[in-house]
Design a protein around this ligand. Structure first.
Ligand code: ASP
Length: 326
């Protein structure tokens, strides 16, 4: 090979290598240089979830793993009979059955999920075991229940008197109309970053009150109700699951953040996309997103006013009113 051609080839190769390593180190810098004390941190949908955040913080403040924090956090509303949209006390479907959806992701990108699960108070812990003990990501219905029982979970009646009464009341008209921001839209989505900058997320719900039997929402679908990527951050959704399912909303938020977009801008962009694509379906329905990035920066935004979220950071657990588009 003539020496000039050889020189060109090596220098070109050198350029490419230098160029690409510069590129990757810039990307790494962008995500790895957090502002002071921004993590550990934990964010969750809806104001009443301060207690859930506190349970997650308990794990994080002791140097625990983000995955353990989000599981501990969302177990709080799952066991709360007064929370009518998560776990025990959740409003039933139109046949009077409480059916639960949940998902979880760890810092390695592993994921586990359960949908249409009945009689088990802590679907999030079943989802975690699906992730850790099976070769699958998602178990549903009877199969999910059998798996939970084989793992030592016990069958319980999750329909409280209050939820039964609400259902009896609803049956009088049998009108299916999800309402904006009422307590039945209280799904908890949570994202945490721990002291070692590991990111995990969880989401759990009894879904829309008085839904059709068999209906599964966005919450157990990885990328819809929740998505976490350890290189970038995590996001979670609440509100009308059908709108989030059609847009894979949480995945989209994380992908915007991957491009370097601030979490607040990212959630706004995704809400705007939903409103633009489904103008006829957003007037009566709420969707809200929360996001937390690798630097510990956060964001929250909804279609309508009334969406709020909780953030525990720098030792403080606070409710934030999210901005909205409409
Ligand atoms: N996203 C949930 C679902 O559609 C409901 C909610 O967030 O309230 O099942």
């Amino acid at each position: 090979m003539n020496s000039r051609r050889k020189f060109l080839q090596t220098s070109l190769l050198g350029g490419v290598i230098t160029g690409s390593s510069d590129f990757w180190s810039r990307i790494a810098l962008q995500f790895d240089k957090p502002e002071k004390d921004t993590f550990p941190a934990v964010i969750a949908t809806w104001g009443p979830n301060l207690k859930a955040n506190a349970a997650a913080w308990e794990v994080l403040s002791k140097g625990g793993r983000a995955l353990d924090a989000v599981e501990a956090g969302v177990r709080v509303p799952e066991a709360d009979p007064n929370d009518s949209s998560v776990g025990y006390g959740g409003f039933p479907d139109r046949d009077g059955n409480v059916t639960l959806d949940a998902c979880i992701m760890d810092e390695f990108g592993n994921a586990g999920s359960v949908s249409f699960l009945q009689h088990i108070m802590h679907p999030i812990s079943v989802a975690r075991l699906v992730m850790e003990k099976t070769p699958h990501v998602m178990l549903s219905g009877e199969g999910a229940l059998q798996f939970a029982l084989s793992e030592g979970f016990t069958k319980e009646n999750l329909l409280t008197d209050t939820a039964r009464q609400a259902w009896e009341e609803w049956k009088k008209k049998s009108e299916y109309k999800p309402k904006i921001n009422v307590e039945r839209h209280d799904t908890i989505g949570m994202v945490a970053i721990d002291a070692q900058q590991r990111i995990a997320g969880a989401c759990t719900t009894s879904g829309l009150a008085f839904k059709m039997a068999g209906r599964v929402g966005d919450s157990p679908v990885i990328g819809a109700g929740m998505f976490a990527d350890n290189e970038v951050g995590g996001a979670a959704a609440t509100g009308l699951g059908e709108l989030v399912l059609r847009t894979l909303g949480s995945f989209l938020v994380v992908e915007e953040m991957r491009r370097g977009v601030h979490p607040q801008k990212a959630v706004e962009m995704v809400v705007k996309r939903i409103v633009r694509k489904y103008p006829g379906q957003v007037k009566e329905n709420q969707v809200g997103f929360i996001a937390l990035d690798k630097k510990g920066r956060h964001g929250g935004f909804g279609i309508h006013t009334g969406f709020n979220y909780v953030l525990y950071q720098r030792g403080e657990n606070k409710v934030y009113e999210a901005g909205s588009l409409l």
